[in-house]
Design a protein around this ligand. Structure first.
Ligand code: CU
Length: 294
């Protein structure tokens, strides 16, 4: 009896430890089981899939632990029972059929939920509220709003990054945003960690019809974006910032841009910091060399 309660205590502590460890590295609640908090509807879809899969894995895991513990304790070697073996059930056909079919059922269920989540994440609306053309090049980004017209040149409003300026991609919350990705040179990858999503930016796709995804952002804020495909010497410099603002602020921002204001001034005009806050430009190679000289 004493041994059994000690065993239960150890098992309980182990489970608690596992829960605490998995709770350590999440930004949200420990109930997320290690899944990072996303800011889009699509990220939350994936979050549900993760929670479901983890709970299913835990249920199966606990069932297996209980069976192992049962067999180990019930059929442990006792004094005077050296020759006694538990009843052997090899070649038990019904049992083998069951444990062949059960894993298939588990995989089928996981597959079903994976595919339906993936379909929802990659769904494209017929008429997105906002379209942004993302142009990647060595080594920065340009964000174009094709439905707008800049008063100065008659071109669509756009923001382009440079060595000493982080480009800011201003987005509205609660609207469907479509990204049309195009590359001017090599393969880049458009990645906003908080979207929990990235998509390669492939050259030769200028029509923007194929390399497309959509999100609906639900959280206002400043989030770093990165190139996630090693694209050359200054790959690490390809940081940008997503600045998600309220719908009214977004409209005000776009019309300020259409009136000819720069990204910086238009952001300031809606009460947002004009410069990126989530990341900053890396020192250029020349400056780096100069810095290491002295
Ligand atoms: Cu790149």
């Amino acid at each position: 009896m004493a041994r059994r309660s000690k065993l239960a205590k150890v098992a309980g502590l182990g489970l608690l430890g596992a829960l605490t460890l998995s709770g350590c590295d999440v930004t949200g609640s420990w109930l997320s089981w290690g899944w990072p908090e996303g800011i889009t509807d699509e990220a939350r879809e994936m979050h549900s899939l993760w929670i479901g899969s983890t709970v299913a894995a835990l249920v199966i895991g606990i069932a297996v632990w209980i069976l192992i513990a049962y067999a180990a304790i019930k059929y442990r070697k006792r004094k005077g029972s050296e020759d006694e073996l538990p009843r052997q059930t090899a070649y038990n056909l019904p049992l083998e059929v069951v444990y062949t079919i059960v894993p298939f059922v588990i995989i089928a269920v996981l597959f079903f939920f994976t595919v339906s989540t993936q379909n929802r994440v990659q769904e494209r609306s017929d008429e997105p509220d906002v379209t942004v053309a993302v142009n990647a090049f060595k080594w920065n980004w340009q964000f174009v709003y094709p439905e707008t017209t800049d008063a100065n040149g008659g071109e669509p409003v756009s923001t382009v990054g440079s060595t000493d300026e982080i480009p800011i991609l201003v987005l509205p919350v609660d609207r469907t945003v479509r990204f049309e990705l195009a590359s001017a040179d090599v393969i880049h990858s458009f990645w906003v960690p908080e979207f929990l999503f990235k998509l390669d930016v492939i050259p030769g796709n200028e029509n923007g019809r194929d390399n497309v995804f959509e999100v609906t952002v639900r959280e206002e804020g400043a989030y770093v974006g990165r190139c996630a495909e090693l694209c050359g010497t200054y790959h690490a410099y390809m940081n940008f910032e997503v600045r998600s603002v309220s719908e009214a602020d977004f409209d005000a921002y776009l019309s300020a841009r259409e009136d000819g204001l720069s990204t910086y001034d238009a952001l300031e005009s809606i009460g947002q910091p004009g410069e990126a806050t989530s990341t900053r430009p890396l020192p250029a190679a020349g400056q780096q060399a100069a810095a290491s000289d002295d």
